[in-house]
Ligand binder design. Structure first.
Ligand SMILES: Nc1ncnc2c1ncn2[C@@H]1O[C@H](COP(=O)(O)OP(=O)(O)OP(=O)(O)O)[C@@H](O)[C@H]1O
Ligand SMILES: [Mg+2]
Length: 247
């Protein structure tokens, strides 16, 4: 469904991603893991057309979508739940959802249908339809951000650290929703630092570090890998043999 070939992305002269390649098949849940500053958000922003690539290609359903504009990417069927949610705080919950349906704004009946599909999964969005989004709790704002992306009717949903700032019980709730969305046919690409939680629903995963893809494999193989253990907080620098002998 998604194929990334040797993607390089730079902020000014500094590359943040070096020749990244990966593939996601339709119906999969795939995790993208890695420490702070690895380039995870940069990769998702590039997939969404917000950042441009200097080298490499992105193919979606066989079509080259490299460097298309964000609205073109949404119209191809890629939704994005950004890191930090980015809801519109002064708008109501419903108006936030409508922003996600912007490309389909003239298809009133379809919008209503999509709302009816989303409400059973994210009931809080119906219960709090008229509440200002900025007054929602953190967990509710995360549900809204997911709901808003779903209003664009994506086939592939990109999620950037959806568990960030959530209590463990809410994290479980959000990941249960991802599982249900996947059962309904949605393909998911999840950036997470909650490695165990994310791999528990993923078939496969990729590990990014310093802008380079250093490991890929099945969820179980990744969980056992040394590279992941190091990224979980270990230190991969070899201690200097006589580091202390000078003192
Ligand atoms: N707008 C920007 N301008 C310059 N450098 C940037 C910009 N945004 C990110 N970077 C740099 O690119 C690198 C990757 O950042 P990115 O946000 O993609 O990491 P991340 O893996 O999402 O980290 P985190 O887990 O903290 O969200 C970092 O070194 C960061 O400082
Ligand atoms: Mg990030």
């Amino acid at each position: 469904m998604l194929k990334i070939k040797k993607l390089t992305v730079q902020y000014g002269p500094l590359p943040a991603l070096y020749e990244i390649s990966l593939e996601i098949k339709q119906g999969e849940i795939v995790s993208l893991l890695g420490p702070n500053g690895a380039g995870k958000t940069t990769l998702l922003l590039t997939l969404s057309g917000i950042l441009k690539t200097t080298e490499g290609r992105i193919l979606f359903e066989g079509e080259d979508i490299t460097n298309l504009n964000p609205h073109q990417i949404v119209s191809k069927g890629i939704g994005h739940v950004p890191q930090g949610r980015h809801i519109f705080p002064t708008l109501s919950v419903t108006d936030n959802l409508m922003m996600g349906a912007y490309l389909h704004r003239n298809e009133k009946r379809e919008i209503k249908k999509q709302l009816e599909r989303i409400y059973p999964l994210l009931p809080v969005l119906k219960e709090r339809a008229h509440q200002r989004a900025g007054t929602l709790s953190g967990g509710e704002q995360q549900m809204l951000s997911i709901g808003r992306a779903m209003m664009g009717r994506p086939k592939l949903l990109l999620l950037d650290e959806p568990s960030l700032g959530l209590a463990p019980r809410l994290m479980d709730e959000v990941f249960a929703i991802f599982r249900k969305l996947n059962e309904r046919g949605l393909t998911l690409f999840i950036v997470e630092q909650e490695i165990h939680l994310s791999l528990s629903i993923s078939g496969r995963g990729y590990l990014l570090r310093n802008g380079r893809m250093i490991k890929e494999g099945s969820a179980s193989a990744l969980l056992e890998s040394r590279e992941l253990m190091i990224s979980l907080g270990g230190d991969d620098r070899q201690p200097e043999k006589d580091e202390t002998s000078l003192s």
